[in-house]
Write a protein that binds this ligand. Structure first.
Ligand code: FAD
Length: 425
């Protein structure tokens, strides 16, 4: 059996490695069009910040590691340009053709806008993008930077450049930070940005980034799935043109799987397909695709839309749906924002802002946002678990959460928010 994997980063290598762990005999080839595999894209903003000083620190393994340790052949500079599902082959840019018995697509995502190359214009999607910007920053004194976009990558990039004394302005086509349709969240993030001298221009559609008054421009305005190969092979596409997959990660072709940023997921709160490209999800999808391609039967149930990032020394974390998103999915949402100390005041506890959203009709918990300094990841993960378990607010409010003065307060901020929200349910 020959398993061919297209894409050599998170999902592709998780899939290949899992297939090998479950089957020592299967032949495995990973085809990657770039010249680097197995790197941590999530660390790219910290290279820009200069917290991580060498790009090589973000490369986990080189191709020879996979051959030596896992008997997986990894080919770089190997771009697949066509899938022939009937003949079970892929054709490479080089003209070479490879046969497969099972195929896994892990082709990732790319920026929506591709601008012509220009010395002042940067992206932050791949390691190559980050290396280019990192080199530029090393050779250029701090000046004015413009960033296009309002997702977490745009905000992380703004924060990284601010750390390096650049004067940063974010330009965003709407007035909705993090695409959450949440005015209060946007207002709170605006306040944080302003307090740290990062300017933001809402409702500004930038048609030509080079006309912005800035010494460098980073475009981080939207991604789209790399699903063209799948479309050309007539595989079914779904949310946001990502590849439609079953919980076993099979596409509409029984021997072709897809995983990671190129594929859609099920959102367990809305119950609908969604496209939420994240590394944490890509690894899980990859493992399941690899296991099933190796003849096992595993499933990936879906996500609740949990994410976290750092901004100006704070953790910003989200899970589930905002109230407006919940309304769009047919719920009758009620929400609350509270501010409460993260730990005992005599332990210099700072204030965290916590938002909870629930459905008024069923009292089911639907989502949360947390902005704070300590324990943000732990708290959002509690809500994520509650969402995955379809927990109701009256059960959530009594959760037995850990307390000691250095870590929390006797009534955790999450439970303070839940108590408040109970009044609206
Ligand atoms: C700056 C930044 C910060 C991030 N931070 C976080 C974070 O904090 N937390 C988090 O969970 N996620 C984060 N992510 C997202 C995370 O990195 C991605 O979700 C993850 O890399 C997706 O993995 P993947 O394997 O699906 O796709 P990718 O990592 O995009 O890899 C796909 C690979 O396929 C290759 N490929 C595409 N087409 C072909 C072809 N035709 N032939 C051969 N090869 C092909 C590409 O060259 C690419 O190397 C971040 C991403 C970026 C860019």
């Amino acid at each position: 059996v020959h398993l061919v994997v297209v894409g050599g980063v998170a999902a592709g290598l998780a899939a290949a490695s899992r297939a090998r762990r479950l089957d020592a005999e299967i032949e495995i080839t990973v085809l990657e069009k770039g010249d680097v595999v197995s790197y941590a894209a999530c660390g790219l903003p910290y290279l820009i910040e200069n917290r991580i000083r060498q790009p090589e620190q973000l490369v986990l393994h080189k191709p020879d590691f996979f051959l030596r340790e896992r008997d997986i052949r990894v080919e770089t500079g190997a771009e697949v340009v066509e899938i022939q599902p009937q003949r079970q082959t892929v054709r490479l840019q080089s003209g070479k053709t490879l046969n497969w018995d099972r195929l896994i697509l892990a082709t990732g995502a790319r920026p929506v806008h591709q601008w012509p190359e220009h010395p002042r214009l940067f992206a932050l999607n791949t390691l190559g993008d980050a290396v280019r910007l990192h080199k530029h920053l090393a050779q250029t004194p701090p000046g004015r930077a413009a960033i296009l976009g309002a997702g977490y990558i745009a905000l992380e990039t703004a924060d990284a450049l601010r750390h390096r004394q650049w004067r940063v302005t974010l330009h965003h086509r709407s007035a909705d930070l993090l695409h959450r349709h949440d005015k209060e969240l946007t207002r709170r993030l605006d306040r944080i940005l302003n307090a740290h001298h990062i300017d933001i221009v809402h409702n500004h559609e930038v048609n030509d980034p080079l006309r912005l008054d800035a010494d460098l421009v980073v475009v981080a305005a939207g991604l789209r799935p790399n699903s063209e190969l799948a479309a050309q092979a007539r595989l079914e596409l779904g949310a946001a043109s990502a590849i439609r997959v079953s919980p076993q990660m099979t596409t509409s072709h029984p021997n072709i799987y897809a995983a990671g940023d190129c594929a859609e997921v099920v959102h367990l709160v809305s119950g609908r397909p969604a496209w939420i490209p994240l590394g944490s999800t890509a690894l899980k999808m990859g493992r399941v695709a690899g296991a099933n391609a190796a003849g096992h039967r595993e499933r990936f149930g879906g996500v609740v839309g949990t994410s976290i990032f750092r901004l100006c020394g704070l953790g910003i974390a989200l899970t589930g749906l905002s109230a407006e998103q919940a309304r769009q999915h047919g719920f009758e949402p009620v929400e609350v924002w509270i501010e409460a100390p993260e730990r005992a005041r005599y332990f210099r506890g700072r204030t965290a802002a916590v938002q909870l959203v629930a459905d008024k009709r069923s009292a089911r918990l639907l989502g949360a946002s947390i902005i704070g300094q300590d324990g943000v990841a732990g708290r959002i993960n509690v809500v994520a678990a509650a969402l995955a378990g379809r927990m109701l607010l009256p059960d959530f409010v009594n959760l037995d959460l850990a307390y000691a003065p250095p870590f929390s307060t006797p009534v955790d901020p999450l439970l303070v928010a839940a108590q408040q929200l109970m009044k609206s349910c």
